[in-house]
Design a protein around this ligand. Sequence first.
Ligand code: UGY
Ligand code: MN
Length: 251
Amino acid sequence: MNPQLFSRIGQSRTVLTRDHALIAPDGHVVTALPNWDSASGVVLISPAIGARLAQTLVSLEPSLETTTFQPSEGIEACFYVLEGELEVGKEALSHGSYLFLPAGERLELQVKTSSRLVLFEKRYTPNANTQSPELFIGHAENIEGKPFMGDPDAVLQVLLPETPDFDMAVNVFSYQPGATLPFVETHIMEHGLLMLDGEGIYRLNESWYPVAAGDCIWMAPYCPQWFAATGKVPSRYIYYKDVNRDAMEAL
Ligand code: UGY
Ligand code: MN
C-alpha cells in the first residue's frame, strides 16, 4: 500500500506505551520552538509521555542575523547536525557535527544553509564530586568506532567525553546487515533514539517493531530492548543515554 494512502485511511506505525514509544515520521506535527528564535521543529519525546528527556527535530533557515538557542533553566542540551551548514563562533558545523551546551549557557549560531538537527535535552544533575561539564564541539567522523562487546559488525561511537562530569551520553551505533545487539538489554538508563540509516527490527519490552531511517524510539528505564539490522545496507542510529549518576541522585 502506498504510504500516503496508508496514513489517509487512518493507519500508522506509531505506538505509545508506558515504557516505550515508536514515533514514525508519518505522524510528525511541526510546531514553533520557543527556546530558539526563528526555528520550527517536531518534539518527538518529552516529559509529556513520561520521559526524563526531550528529543526534538529542529529546522533552521539561513539568515544574516544570529540565531539564539537558550534552553530552559537547568537544562543541558546536545545536538547533532543531520543536514545543513552552520557556524558557532569560528567553528563550522555540517552533517555529523555535534555540540554539547552545558546547563545555564546560551548559544549563538550563524545558519548558512537550511539545516536540520536532532536535539537531546535533559535536566543537569549536579554531583558533589564532579565539575560542571563544558561546552563541547566534535565531529562523528573523528570518533573511532569500537566493536560492541567484541562484534566488529556492531560498532559503537561515543560522541561525548566519558568523564564523570557528563551526565548524558550521545552515541552512534552502526550495524552491518544481520548484526544484532548481543542480548536483550534491561537497564536503569533511559534512551531517546533516531534511526539515521537502514532498517531493522527493534524489540521493545514484549513487542517487535519493524523500523527504518527517520523513526524515533523512546525507551524508558528498564524497558527490555534488542535490535537486529535487516535489509541490504548497514543500519545506523544515534541515541541518548543518562550516565554517571547514582540511582538515588536524580530524585
Ligand atoms: O548503550 C546502550 O545501552 C545501547 N547498547 N542500547 C541500545 O542500543 N538500545
Ligand atoms: Mn541500551
